[in-house]
Design a protein around this ligand. Structure first.
Ligand code: 5AD
Ligand code: SF4
Length: 442
């Protein structure tokens, strides 16, 4: 029997993609994917530490795996990802969670095969977390589950040090992949039937700034991918507003392959809070940027991230966030309660906002945004759109789903001759807060 693995991923798309690489490395070692943790010989938890509740959930999860280990002492349990880049968490796992055999970090994912060998030969626990980024490891095998949509990392790390955020400490300095490597990967994906790539980076807009020649930027990379790979659809995330250039807006306007969606985290609507967050833009400059984008790309869907209850956020500051949300009318927003992360400047700031106030602000924000999302979605009713067909919807397999250029999830009744991966014209017939309905025009 081949050995089987089971990977559970927490957190952002970066982690999802790292798990695809872990699965690829294991596949090359002869492992196959287990249907459940109970059937696995190796369980990996790929962790997130961006907010405290992600960490708490993770420890609950590790605790639950103890019974599996007791039943099967040969089971290897590994913990990797952002959380274990923090020495305090590694010490906690070492001392309290003795059934964990393997710990490795975000900078040494490529070492998984040798670390597993080390466990077998030494018959002991292996903890190996590199504290700084090495060179980029190209050509690692990747096992992607979706045959038509793929995540492609274009850069690693973040230099921005927003005062609330742990990411720069656990993902390291910004490192961009060479354009030739990215182009080659996407060309191969196209040959295998992929129709849409999402370019990933903590801040894709600073792509290439770390090259000594300074001969690339993100807009140029997009042009290169659009013209040099044949990929029908290109998405990207995340864009830091301070770095979004006019050249990028023009590049988007000039190419139909680049989807009409921008994820542009604002985080807060008060310039005073934005300054304390170290975001390096003001409410006014953000609004001006959005106005410029909407003027040049009228079909654009805008989504954002917002944190409520940042230290020192007053009721008046929060009202400014609500005003901004009403004014910009985002298609969708990911909303978060501020979570203090040890080691970040904001965690040591005075005037931490009480939990009850944070929760109440979050609810108020979500209610307003949901109403706007519904209204924005209703604007689509009667319009024509193009869907990338995903297949039967998870909740109701009689209905199929797909996404349009604006990244809206669209449900429709399938017709006989369509298949997952097809790009199909449709007319929007109905709208809810998070989904649209359509009839296919084929
Ligand atoms: N508390 C709450 N939300 C956070 N984010 C990042 N750090 C924190 C934190 N300490 C949010 C930001 C970011 C998103 C990925 O997570 O909104 O854009
Ligand atoms: Fe965190 Fe700011 Fe970097 Fe985004 S840009 S990963 S919020 S430090």
């Amino acid at each position: 029997m081949p050995q089987q693995y089971f990977i559970t991923t927490f957190g952002c798309q970066m982690n999802v993609h790292d798990s695809e690489v872990l699965a690829g490395l294991l596949g090359k070692m002869g492992y196959s994917q287990a249907a459940s943790p109970e059937e696995a010989d190796l369980i990996l938890l790929n962790t997130c530490c961006v907010r405290e509740n992600a960490e708490n959930r993770l420890y609950g999860h590790i605790g639950n795996l103890k019974t599996l280990k007791e039943r099967n002492p040969n089971l290897i349990i590994g913990v990797c990802g952002c959380m274990v880049q923090q020495p305090s968490e590694v010490a906690k796992i070492q001392e309290t969670y003795k059934h964990v055999d393997l710990v490795f970090g975000t900078h040494n994912v490529h070492q998984l095969p040798e670390l597993l060998d080390k466990i077998r030969t030494s018959q002991s626990r292996v903890f190996e977390v590199w504290d700084s980024e090495g060179e980029i490891h190209e050509g690692l095998p990747t096992k992607r589950d979706d045959p038509h949509k793929a995540w492609v990392t274009v850069m690693y790390g973040c230099n921005n040090y927003c005062s609330y955020c742990i990411v720069p400490y656990v993902r390291g300095r910004e490192r961009s992949r060479r354009p030739a490597e990215i182009r080659q990967e996407i060309k191969e994906l196209v040959e295998s039937g992929v129709k849409e790539v999402t370019l990933l980076g903590q801040n894709v807009n600073s792509y290439g700034l770390d090259f000594p020649e300074r001969d690339w930027n993100f807009a140029k990379l997009l042009q290169e991918i659009a013209s040099g790979t044949g990929i029908p659809r290109i998405r990207f995330q995340t864009s830091h507003p301070k770095d979004l250039s006019d050249e990028l807006i023009e590049t988007m306007a000039a190419s139909r392959q680049i989807c009409r969606h921008l994820h542009l985290p604002v985080q807060a609507g008060s310039s005073r809070v934005l300054e304390r967050m170290n975001r390096k833009y003001t409410k006014e400059s953000y609004e001006a940027l959005v106005a410029k984008i909407k003027a040049r790309l009228p079909e654009i869907a805008l989504t954002t991230d917002i944190i409520v209850g940042f230290p020192g956020e007053t009721e008046a500051d929060f009202e400014e966030t609500l005003d901004l949300v009403r004014k910009i009318r985002y298609d969708g927003a990911f909303t978060f309660i501020y979570s203090p992360r040890i080691g970040t400047p904001a965690a040591a700031m005075p005037d931490q906002v009480p939990e009850t106030v944070k929760k109440q602000r979050l609810e108020q924000l979500i209610a307003i945004q949901n109403q706007i999302s519904l209204e924005k979605n209703r604007e689509f009713i009667g319009t024509l759109t193009e869907l990338l067909i995903e297949g039967p919807s998870e909740k109701n397999p009689v209905v199929w789903s797909g996404r349009n250029s604006q990244n809206k999830l669209v449900h429709f009744k399938p017709v006989a001759h369509i298949h997952p991966g097809d790009l199909v014209a449709a007319r929007i017939t109905n709208a809810q807060t998070f989904t649209l309905e359509a009839e296919l025009l084929c």
